[in-house]
Ligand binder design. Structure first.
Ligand code: SF4
Ligand code: SF4
Ligand code: SF4
Length: 299
């Protein structure tokens, strides 16, 4: 058992025994060696189920929305991207800071279980880093109550910052017709499962337009044009608020390159309004989330 896992279990046990949290959200070992799904622990004797390994890929922040009105606190383990998700929810006034206790993990990078499927446990080292980790600029949690490990511990090399918008550059090199064809082909395959929305900490509206059968904006029919409308609407709804956690693309069962769309919008916003990284600071306002009466467009 690794040191971090030991620390996680000890702290979780202590918090539950003292009644400082109602339950803890972390990761446990799944039925396959390359799966470490989320787990919810509410008894001290179950703290031994918690683990940390390279497959703790799920962002746990969004689970806080499932228990917004709980009396008492929830304990939550946070990697860098989970912590940015917490700031997203706080900035959107979706959760209250005193309702949860954050146990920070300086993240060495994680692996996508889907890329390990078909490999044997002896090939564990060959599983590549999850796509989101290649560009990660904040492996250290930006918000926490206690930090469980030291900065720099076993951190894997990441792609140079200049390559953050690499996929976008390929898209921009296409002609408008080619780009249209590209996205039309992608969204033709979308099955409107809404996994990308459900996992996203920035998709936190109390009622989503796509759950309203008579919104008049889009039908339930599965067709390329309506699917694309869904994808584009979601992309605009998270514009300036997307924390680049990559969860939407990771969970998409159809392999749609959702992050390319998100990153294109982030790149455009950076060029128009200046560099901004969502979820890193609570003080910095999202570029599209400022309401000022002296705005030239205010009327
Ligand atoms: S994106 Fe960063 S913080 Fe999140 S899992 Fe990857 S390396 Fe860790
Ligand atoms: S749009 Fe995707 S990358 Fe952005 S916050 Fe949502 S899940 Fe994360
Ligand atoms: S996860 Fe993929 S298939 Fe499902 S709605 Fe989102 S884009 Fe479509």
């Amino acid at each position: 058992m690794n040191t971090l896992t030991e620390k996680m279990r000890a702290l979780a046990r202590e918090l539950l025994e003292k009644g400082e949290v109602k339950y803890i959200i972390g990761w446990e070992k799944g039925s396959l060696w390359y799966q470490s799904p989320p787990v919810f622990i509410d008894r001290p004797e179950d703290a031994g189920r918690l683990i940390w390994d390279e497959f703790c890929v799920n962002n746990l922040a969004k689970y806080l929305l499932d228990d917004k009105y709980l009396e008492g606190r929830v304990g939550l383990f946070v990697k860098g991207c989970d912590a940015r998700g917490i700031n997203r929810l706080l900035q959107d006034r979706q959760v209250e800071r005193d309702k949860f206790y954050l146990m920070g993990i300086v993240c060495p990078g994680v692996k996508d279980p889907r890329q390990a499927a078909g490999l044997s446990i002896e090939q564990r080292e060959e599983v590549p880093l999850a796509a989101k980790c290649l560009y990660c600029a904040h492996p250290e949690p930006v918000v926490y109550d206690v930090l469980l490990n030291e900065a720099g511990e076993a951190y894997r090399p990441k792609r140079p910052a200049g390559e953050r918008f690499e996929d976008v550059a390929a898209l921009e090199a296409m002609s408008p017709d080619e780009r249209y064809e590209f996205w039309a082909r992608q969204y033709q395959r979308c099955i409107r499962c809404y996994a990308c929305r459900n996992v996203c900490p920035a998709c936190n509206c109390r009622e989503c337009i796509f759950d309203r059968s008579q919104s008049g904006w889009v039908g339930k029919r599965m067709a390329g044009s309506e699917n694309a409308f869904y994808g584009l609407t979601r992309a605009w709804h998270v514009a300036g608020r997307c924390i680049e956690c990559g969860e939407c693309e990771r969970v998409c069962p159809m392999g749609i390159p959702i992050m390319t769309l998100n990153k294109k919008i982030i790149k455009e916003l950076n060029e128009l309004f200046g560099e901004y990284e969502a979820g890193v600071s609570l003080e910095a306002e999202p570029p599209l989330g400022r309401y000022r009466t002296d705005d030239p467009d205010f009327s």
